[in-house]
Design a protein around this ligand. Structure first.
Ligand code: KG4
Ligand code: ZN
Length: 340
């Protein structure tokens, strides 16, 4: 029997400091330190994020190793996010990973954050029984990206459609800010929308040919709508927040699912997946499942733990690269922008 591979994985691309330990494709631990300092600013402040990463990274790694019951000396490699993301945040994880690799004399593995969101589906001990098969069509929806990606193997990714401006998560967060909700707004909108009427208000859906999308007009439409209504009745947001949230969520989900459906038909793919932070959204998960049932497609939805940013997804992406002997170098710098 071949010996198990142990990988320490680090994720620090935005405002979560996360470390995970994997044994082959199984997660032994996955720790996440979220940063609350950004709440009062209504969004992530890059400089504060990197300082928090610096404070958190050593304790988070210590805890991940302790929880996994793995000693540093048993590690075969260290995988880390090398982009895309906030440069200052990425630098903390990169520097840590390089120092660790040098001190332990183990290989470094560079992981693309958006590829990792998709490859999270291949974590063995998640509740999705049976990993997806290739080719896979994945709707990756996060705070920074919204993409429909055709995946032909663990290293072949092709963008079929993407947002031309704001990401879906950004649209949720910006609308939440207009409504006076704390950051990140996506989960807040999800919760309030559950009690609202999605048909109460109709917000425009951008009409773009093909599989690209646009969400910046939605934010502006909500801004003007709320401003006009508040001029007539200053308690409008307070009274109608659940219906506004449900209506906004409805149009975002409709856009995403409509594009995904047409892309799957065009590509002739029957294995479909959701990934990224917005895949935690309950309305999106429900519509996605209904879509797949309607077409008899196989639906893959990640566990909540692996939807939002986490190091376990970096670990599984790192594991695939380890098997292919695709190692990084101490000379490589992280990149804020990185194509898929
Ligand atoms: O993937 P992620 O954790 O970080 C990025 O790589 O961007 O995604 C974060 C985004 C945020 O915009 C957040 O508001 C959104 O995911 N999000 C949600 C929900 N949970 C997280 N959006 C809608 N409904 C949710 N339940
Ligand atoms: Zn992410």
């Amino acid at each position: 029997m071949t010996k198990a591979v142990h990988i320490l994985a680090i994720e620090s691309s935005c405002d979560d400091t996360s470390a995970a330990v994997l044994e082959d494709n199984k997660v032994l631990s996955n720790l996440i330190a979220t940063q609350s300092v950004h709440e009062e600013f209504g969004g992530v402040v890059p400089e504060l994020a990197s300082r928090e990463h610096q404070k958190n990274i050593v304790p988070v790694v210590d805890q991940a190793l302790a929880k996994a019951g793995i000693d540093k000396k048993e590690l075969n490699a260290i995988a880390y996010t090398n982009g895309p993301g906030l440069l200052g945040s990425l630098l903390v994880g990169t520097s840590f990973a390089k120092a660790f690799s040098l001190a332990l004399d183990i290989p470094l593995i560079e992981v693309h954050h958006m590829q990792a969101h998709i490859l999270a589906h291949f974590i063995q001990n998640s509740s999705d029984d049976g990993s997806p098969k290739f080719p896979l069509l994945c709707l990756t929806v996060s705070g920074g990206h919204t993409q429909i990606v055709r995946v032909d193997s663990s290293k072949e990714f092709k963008i079929i459609g993407e947002t031309r401006d704001d990401a879906a998560g950004e649209a949720f967060d910006k609308v939440a800010k207009i409504l006076g909700l704390p950051y990140p707004g996506g989960p807040q909108i999800d919760k309030l929308a559950a009690k609202g009427d999605p048909m109460k208000y109709s917000f425009p859906e951008a009409s773009i040919e093909g599989f690209d999308m646009s969400f910046s007009g939605l934010k502006t439409a909500v801004l003007y709508f709320v401003r006009d209504e508040m001029e007539k009745d200053s308690t409008f947001i307070e009274k109608e927040i659940e219906n506004i949230c449900a209506s906004v969520q409805h149009v975002i989900v409709q856009t995403l699912i409509g594009k995904l459906e047409r892309a799957a038909i065009q590509e002739g793919i029957t294995e479909l997946a959701l990934a990224g932070g917005v895949s935690a959204n309950s309305a999106l998960r429900k519509s996605f499942e209904e879509l797949c049932v309607e077409h008899s497609w196989n639906a893959h939805i990640p566990d909540f733990e692996y939807c939002t940013d986490n190091a376990a997804m970096i670990g599984i992406a790192g594991y695939f690269k380890f098997l292919n002997s695709e190692f990084g170098s101490l000379d490589n710098a992280p990149k804020a922008r990185l194509s898929l």
